[in-house]
Design a protein around this ligand. Structure first.
Ligand SMILES: [Zn+2]
Length: 353
């Protein structure tokens, strides 16, 4: 099934080379930055003029405020500016604003039909930010096509009275992810980032879909895989420890495996150490700026987040670091400064994964 004989994309060698010398920097949170802009329903829909790169028109009778992914079509400049700020702050890897751009997640907004355009445009917008930053300082930036977990889990029943029920199947997810990843590649993504994984079965469907998409275009892109620990006992929502998680995804031969979001950097450290102890590839970590306060805002200051992320680097646990919810360009700048002096983790690479 997995065709590792496909030629690797040119971003593969460039990323591997960059990761050999230093800890790479991933960008911060788009959601928090968008919230600051206080956009209205009118802003979210560009006054009802939602169209994709091919001028295809999209309409929905659902309210769109809060559908952050839609902004790549309706406010592309705002999204590009945030990504450009992150690149200038030191990010090597810019995430596309496509976390929820699957038919499954967009069903909440009645915009399933816009999914292809959301992903193509999402990658194009990030590509522009990356190219602008590179033109300014000569350093290559990579576009990571961001694939979120969707709002449905394939492993766990949402109905306590019917534990066998599933709101989504592996094949539903595989098809939805495939459509998303095809668009991300078409729009110019350098790699695919499968993130905030709380259900490993969802992630396996995304990996399967990525490999199918690579076969279609005849080249292999690097894959980054990032799980999230949802409770203090150190398990994902579908009940896995970091070690079990690694063994469930290692067949994809990811460029990185890691953790993001959730409980903040302090709580992440022991789980990251466990993952770094078993993973035969590079390790990536991008925690939240602490836990949100009662108003859902993140109070942790850039220097505080950066000092905690520095501990990961000092202990030799990481190859890529960045920020998740609540992290701003200032957080990313501080993180980049704090880890610059440390060597990247030396992964044990096994040829026969
Ligand atoms: Zn997050």
């Amino acid at each position: 099934m997995i065709n590792f004989s496909l030629p690797a994309s040119d971003s593969f060698a460039a990323l591997e080379m960059a990761a050999r010398d230093r800890i790479l920097i991933l960008d911060g949170a788009m959601g928090t930055m968008i919230q600051e802009l206080n956009m209205s329903e009118e802003d979210f829909t560009a006054g009802g003029h939602i169209h994709g790169p091919g001028c295809r028109h999209h309409a929905s009778d659902h309210p769109q405020k809060g559908n952050n992914d839609l902004l790549v079509l309706t406010q592309p400049k705002a999204v590009e500016d945030v990504q450009f700020q992150f690149a200038r702050a030191g990010a090597d890897i810019l995430e596309t604003n496509t976390f929820s751009s699957t038919t499954i997640a967009q069903a909440d907004y009645g915009l399933e039909g816009a999914v292809h355009d959301l992903n193509v445009a999402g990658a194009q917008v990030a590509r522009r930010a990356a190219d602008r930053a590179q033109a300014e300082d000569g350093r290559r930036r990579f576009v990571a096509g961001a694939v979120g977990p969707t709002n449905r889990t394939a492993s766990i029943s949402p109905d306590v009275n019917d534990p066998g029920y599933r709101a989504v199947t592996f094949d539903d997810l595989r098809l939805a992810y495939g459509q998303q990843i095809d668009g991300l590649i078409e729009g110019g993504s350098d790699l695919i980032l499968i993130e905030t994984i709380f259900d490993t079965l969802n992630a396996k469907a995304a990996i399967f879909a990525a490999l199918e998409s690579f076969a279609k275009v005849g080249r292999r892109l690097p894959i980054m895989i990032s799980g999230t620990i949802t409770d203090a006992s150190g398990r994902t929502l579908s009940g896995q420890t970091p070690t079990a998680f690694w063994h469930s995804v290692r067949h994809a031969r990811p460029f990185t495996v890691g953790l993001n979001c959730a409980l903040g950097a302090d709580a992440m450290r022991p789980h990251l150490a466990e993952l770094a102890g078993v993973a035969e590839t590079r390790v990536c970590a991008y925690p939240n700026a602490g836990l949100p306060n009662a108003f859902g805002q993140y109070d942790e200051q850039p220097e505080d987040t950066a000092a905690k992320v520095e501990v990961f680097a000092k202990e030799g646990l990481v190859n890529v670091v960045g920020g998740c919810c609540g992290t701003t360009p200032e957080h990313i700048r501080a993180i980049a400064d704090h880890v610059a002096a440390y060597a990247p983790r030396k992964p044990r690479m096994t040829a026969n994964v």
